[in-house]
Design a protein around this ligand. Structure first.
Ligand SMILES: Cc1ncc(COP(=O)(O)O)c(C=O)c1O
Length: 310
């Protein structure tokens, strides 16, 4: 719990700040019955020296939200500026002075018909950052026996609740088998991503990540790392298909996302990646990433949107 914040969590829902327990959705809506929603998830980092909370790449997350809405034939009458103003309200209502995670969910709120979608609701939740993994340690992954959803059935570039059933199957299987997390393959047998994070490998000195056509969510963190590798490390990232066995013989593998941050993978299917320790490229990009998101790096200020001084 951060300093100065009340224990009660407040949520922004349809224009009102309400206590969490009062933020409700009708059980007969397609939102509840079919998970008819699209959403965004991003992190904001607390900079204690500057006494400021920075939302990371807010506009880029909202460009993705608008793409998800467009593909799902949904619409809301809000601009990116509106989203930022509503999100700031949700953060300020909770007086957060710590790293947080933000969720902005647009849902189908129309009980007239199960497949209708004329009325939409929206809620915005700010919660303490879950820091999915201890990123100073490497995680052990398995290759999932589940196949990644694909563009022709449930498009992975849409960030929607139902797409996470595929991620849940893979995560629950990994957990049942004693692994930390999973790597999921496309229906063509190529590496796609982890249940809630994109994947990079370093192979023969080259940084590689699957392309956006490998059934991945078009991750903002992935785009960030591609830019940081190229600008700060002079290591252009190759976006190409990756075979499963390439990961076994890679020097380094790591995952990335707003929740996963930069998480090293030290083994896959009980085969060590490299020497089974966190590799040098992973360590350096991880440090760079944390410095940039928290505002300890002087560059990239356009990616950090201050909440309290805005
Ligand atoms: C399936 C999936 N892939 C990738 C990511 C990473 O995306 P981002 O970096 O935009 O958080 C996420 C994050 O939520 C995800 O759920």
């Amino acid at each position: 719990m951060g300093e100065g914040r009340s224990k009660r969590l407040f949520i922004w829902q349809n224009g009102q700040i309400v206590p969490l327990e009062k933020a409700t959705v009708n059980v007969l809506t397609p939102a509840v019955l079919f998970g008819a929603n699209v959403f965004e998830g991003l992190a904001a980092y607390w900079n204690s020296k500057e006494e400021e909370l920075y939302c990371f790449r807010f506009a880029d997350h909202f460009k993705r939200l608008f793409e998800s809405l467009k593909i799902m034939r949904m619409a809301v009458p809000y601009t990116i500026e509106d989203f930022f103003s509503f999100t700031s309200e949700a953060i300020k209502a909770n007086k957060f002075r710590e790293d947080i995670h933000l969720l902005q969910v647009v849902y189908v709120d129309d009980i007239a018909g199960l497949f209708r979608q004329k009325k939409f609701g929206m809620y915005i939740a700010a919660q303490p950052h879950m820091h999915l993994f201890d990123t100073t340690k490497g995680i052990h992954c398995c290759t999932s026996t589940w196949t990644r959803i694909s563009d022709g059935s449930s498009p992975p570039r849409v960030k929607s609740g139902p797409n996470y059933q595929n991620s849940r199957l893979a995560s629950l299987e990994a957990d049942a088998k004693g692994f930390d997390w999973a790597v999921i393959l496309t229906n063509r047998g190529k590496v796609s991503e982890a249940p809630g994070a994109c994947l990079f490998m370093v192979r023969k000195g080259q940084v590689v990540t699957p392309p956006v056509t490998s059934d991945i969510l078009e991750s903002v963190t992935r785009a960030t790392l591609i830019e940081l590798f190229s600008k700060e490390r002079r290591m252009p990232v190759a976006e190409r298909e990756i075979d499963r066995t390439e990961l076994y013989v890679a020097e380094e593998v790591f995952l990335c996302g707003s929740g996963a941050e930069v998480t090293p993978v030290v083994s896959l299917d009980r085969i060590n990646i490299g020497d089974g320790k966190i590799g040098p490229a992973t360590k350096r990009i991880q440090k760079l990433y944390f410095d940039v998101v928290r505002g300890n790096h002087k560059g990239y200020s356009e990616w950090r949107v201050p909440v309290y001084k805005s």
